[in-house]
Design a protein around this ligand. Structure first.
Ligand code: SAM
Length: 204
């Protein structure tokens, strides 16, 4: 059975970065027959139109605890502080894989602890912080495609060229595509470049 992926939205807002990540998770999950729930979305939060229209996205105002109250033991939290690494066999043990809907931060602030304290079994995806869409992609490759965690091709801390003079290092681990590039949501490179240009303008 294809797994269900749940991202519990933990930020008060849903900005452009999260929008691109969530749309990417929805498209990839849909293409592979997996369910994707974005949970704990406040009623008053206005979903960006592009995201709301993305095929494969199920938006839930309820929290993961409410939705899966009757099968908590089938939910696995992907937790950077877990003691055990995710392995292909976990695809048989768990039906639901839970992620923190949190923007990556450097250094990480361990906001996944908000989900850990709810008592779910935790699994780690190696020692490096991933973006949420990367964490979902890697989990799908391990539990659905049965690729062991250590055999996935990664790219750590890639540098993006902002313009002829500026580069920025992304402080995350990504999956590497066939061309050796980090897999990122559509539109993400442009968003990062625009943000970098804006902060340069702010300095001037
Ligand atoms: C961008 S990360 C946020 C990590 C973060 N800085 C924090 O405060 O916990 C978003 C989510 O991806 C998942 N994740 C990212 N890297 C992971 C790793 N190495 N192992 C397990 N889960 C990971 C977790 O579910 C996490 O809540």
């Amino acid at each position: 059975m294809a797994p269900t992926f749940v991202v519990e939205h933990l930020d008060p807002e849903l900005g452009p970065w999260s929008t691109l990540e969530y749309a990417c998770i929805a498209r990839e999950s849909h293409a592979r027959g997996a369910r994707f729930l974005l949970s704990s979305v406040p009623a008053e939060l206005k979903m960006p139109a592009d995201l709301a229209a993305t095929q494969g996205l199920e938006v839930e105002q309820r929290s993961v605890e409410e939705i899966f109250a009757d099968r908590k033991d089938k939910v696995c939290l992907l937790d950077p502080s877990a003691k055990t690494e995710l392995n292909p066999q976990d695809g048989e043990t768990f039906d639901v894989f839970l992620f923190g809907g949190i923007l990556g931060d450097d250094p990480p602030r361990d906001r996944t602890s908000e989900l850990r304290k709810k008592g779910y079994v935790g699994r780690r995806l190696g020692p490096k912080q991933m973006t949420t869409d990367t964490a979902v992609r890697v989990t799908r490759m391990v539990v659905h495609e049965k690729v062991p965690l250590e055999e996935i091709p990664y790219l750590d801390y890639p540098e993006l060229l902002i313009n002829d003079h500026e580069r920025t290092e992304m402080p995350f681990r990504y999956v590497k595509d066939a061309d050796g590039k980090p897999i990122m949501p559509d539109g993400m490179v442009d968003l990062i470049k625009n943000d970098a240009d804006k902060s340069l303008d702010d300095l001037m």
